[in-house]
Design a protein. Structure first.
Length: 188
């Protein structure tokens, strides 16, 4: 059987069209494929090859329990930074969603809380306990070093960083959009 030369260009065009389907981000919301509840195709665990540490992850800090934290160790994984303050009612309202997403995407998307705008480590720890987000790593950023690095001037702000280190989004997220962003980062 002989295949006409027209068939190959036609098949190539169909393949290009199918690869391009999926849409783009709309109004700050990442594109999420239908049926995104399926297992991700690309794991976000430790990369197999050495990665270049992006500028976004070149910072250190101290966790609320006094341990050193080095964001460069997150290179090659998607990361969500949550900038919150212990007295922020909006932040407290988001805490359960952040905790749930951290459990759901454990080992796939790193979630890091960055507490600031307050000088009381005790208030920060109380927020974490009452908000039930102890499963998330939280930094004590009383001095505002990490907040300034990302240009954060208010709370509650989320910074979405893809696995290449590109900051995809920097701003407020409602809990539904936050979930979509985390799913998007996990899948891409």
């Amino acid at each position: 059987m002989r295949v006409r030369p027209v068939v190959f260009p036609l098949l190539a065009a169909v393949a290009v069209l199918l690869a391009g389907c999926g849409g783009g981000a709309v109004a700050g919301v990442p594109p999420v494929a239908a049926g995104s509840a399926a297992a991700p195709s690309t794991p976000a665990a430790a990369p197999l090859t050495p990665v270049v540490v992006p500028d976004a992850l070149k910072f250190t800090g101290t966790t609320l329990d006094g341990k050193p934290f080095d964001a460069t160790k997150l290179a090659g994984r998607p990361v969500v930074l949550w900038f919150w303050a212990p007295w922020c009612a909006v932040c407290f309202g988001q805490a359960s969603t952040v905790g749930d997403l951290a459990r759901q995407y454990d080992g796939k998307v790193a979630m890091v809380g960055i507490a600031g705008l307050d000088q009381s480590t005790g208030a920060m720890n109380e927020f974490v306990a009452e908000g039930e987000v102890g499963n998330v790593t939280h930094l004590d950023d009383k001095a505002g070093v990490v907040w300034r690095k990302f240009g954060i001037k208010e709370q509650s702000v989320f910074v979405m960083i893809d696995r290449t280190g590109k900051v995809m989004q920097n701003g407020y997220q409602d809990t539904v959009t936050l979930g979509k962003w985390v799913a998007y980062l996990d899948e891409h």
